[in-house]
Write a protein that binds this ligand. Structure first.
Ligand code: SF4
Ligand code: SF4
Length: 429
């Protein structure tokens, strides 16, 4: 039944994406692909149930309780439902707007909300503050404080030990600073193939700018040996993906604008991103910036597959399976073939299939920290699929997925790598 225009306007005032909720035809095709519904078995933890709740909130047709909010909060925003839905629902957009609405209107938000707001708005956008925090964590680890605190703390809270497994070893401060345009001549890492065929910009990210610097180095080397000059602007900032997940839309827009300025004068042809979550956020600009970053944004594997790589000269004897990050396959719509066709060029690599490789691992930005009771069983399913694949190496192109999957495999003899790190090894790096 059509909604009278006057009523629709009122509903949209309560929830801006209200009209999108009407696209759901309740077919239920999305239900088997929703990881949270798979865990609780409840309709309200499925895409269809969540759309019904958001619509009910806008229409004020169902009593909106903390329990309803919990089901919406439990959405990982993995966007698997977007891939399978025949009506083209946009769960990512709906969920971001809904959470923004809740942040704006809910009177009591709890300590998690305030802590997240503090970290997201005052720490994450600053690479200098992240570097300082990681320096502290490095020394905390180095002087065995981590071992002592986790040992004592886990007697009181089992969660602490599980959370600790998520954090990888932190490299020395001197080893995790990538030289940027402020510190390298002309701000360029030049092509190693003579005259460059293209100048590309590298997006560093927030935590990834320090914690995954080896992957940035592999990315630069792969781009250089594929004939690209790589420019790394120093003034770039966080992509805002975590802010959008949490409904902090205004701050996400400000960060996006900061990145527009950082890349504006660079003269690069393409912006390269090696973290799937950041790539999805940068490819989908806020509506106030319809031109986005002013040049195309590409995932590193998507780009290398497009331009072609030189023939690898090193044999790598590994049995590899590829786990697809949700924000690469469902967010950016980059198929597994883009990554696999690169890996297939490496001599000696045996590529084995991974069951449910397009299904979420439970990472979801910081979802695994906020909802460990949901993220853990989702990770257990992923680990079971990995073990059944027989692989000794898992590749995945998103730092959050890397940390989550690695934490599930810590006591197994299986390495987790970014695809570009594995590719880089095929040239002797
Ligand atoms: S697949 Fe799409 S239309 Fe069908 S129930 Fe799920 S969200 Fe609604
Ligand atoms: S985004 Fe993921 S967790 Fe959320 S409803 Fe869709 S499939 Fe389920």
């Amino acid at each position: 039944m059509a909604i009278p225009k006057s009523e629709e306007k009122a509903f949209k005032e309560r929830f801006e994406e209200y009209t999108q909720t009407l696209d759901c035809v309740h077919c239920g095709l999305c239900i088997p692909d929703c990881p949270t519904q798979g865990i609780t078995g409840r309709e309200s933890d499925s895409p269809r149930g969540r759309i019904y709740l958001m619509r009910g909130y806008a229409e004020e047709s169902i009593p909106f309780t903390p329990e309803s909010l919990k089901h919406l909060d439990q959405c990982i925003v993995c966007r698997n439902c977007e891939t399978v839905c025949p009506s083209g629902i946009q769960m990512g957009e709906m969920m971001e707007t809904f959470r923004h609405e809740m942040n704006r209107t809910l009177p009591h938000k709890g300590w998690k909300h305030h802590f997240m707001k503090l970290m997201l708005n005052h720490v994450v956008p600053s690479r200098a503050k992240i570097a300082f925090l990681l320096d502290l964590l490095y020394y905390y680890d180095r002087f065995k404080l981590r071992k002592i605190l986790v040992g004592v703390g886990s007697k009181f809270s089992k969660k602490l030990k599980k959370m600790d497994r998520l954090f990888p070893p932190i490299p020395k401060p001197s080893e995790r600073r990538l030289a940027t345009s402020a510190s390298i001549p002309q701000g360029l890492y030049p092509s190693t193939q003579g005259k460059a065929r293209m100048k590309v910009g590298l997006f560093l990210g927030c935590i990834t700018s320090e914690l995954f610097v080896e992957t940035h180095r592999s990315t630069i080397r792969m781009l250089n040996r594929s004939g690209c000059d790589v420019y790394v602007p120093d003034s770039q900032t966080c992509c805002g993906a975590l802010h959008r997940h949490g409904g902090f839309i205004d701050e996400a827009h400000r960060l996006y604008e900061g990145n527009v300025s950082a890349f504006e004068e660079s003269g690069v042809d393409v912006i390269i991103v090696n973290a799937a979550g950041c790539g999805a956020a940068l490819k989908e600009p806020p509506s106030s910036l319809p031109d986005g970053l002013g040049r195309p944004v590409r995932d590193i594997c998507e780009f290398l597959e497009e331009i072609g790589i030189p023939e690898p000269d090193q044999k790598i004897s590994r049995k590899v399976a590829y786990d697809q990050p949700c924000h690469l396959v469902h967010g950016q719509k980059v198929p597994a073939s883009a990554v696999l066709s690169l890996l297939e060029q490496v001599p000696g690599l045996e590529i084995v299939p991974l069951r449910n490789s397009e299904r979420c691992c439970g990472s979801g930005g910081i979802y695994n920290l906020l909802h460990p009771e949901m993220a853990e069983p989702i990770l257990d399913e992923k680990v079971e699929d990995i073990l059944d694949s027989g692989a000794d190496t898992i590749v995945t192109g998103n730092p959050g997925c890397w940390m989550q999957i690695r934490s599930g495999l810590l006591d197994k003899d299986i390495e987790v790598l970014h695809p570009v790190d594995l590719l880089d090894q095929a040239y002797g790096a």
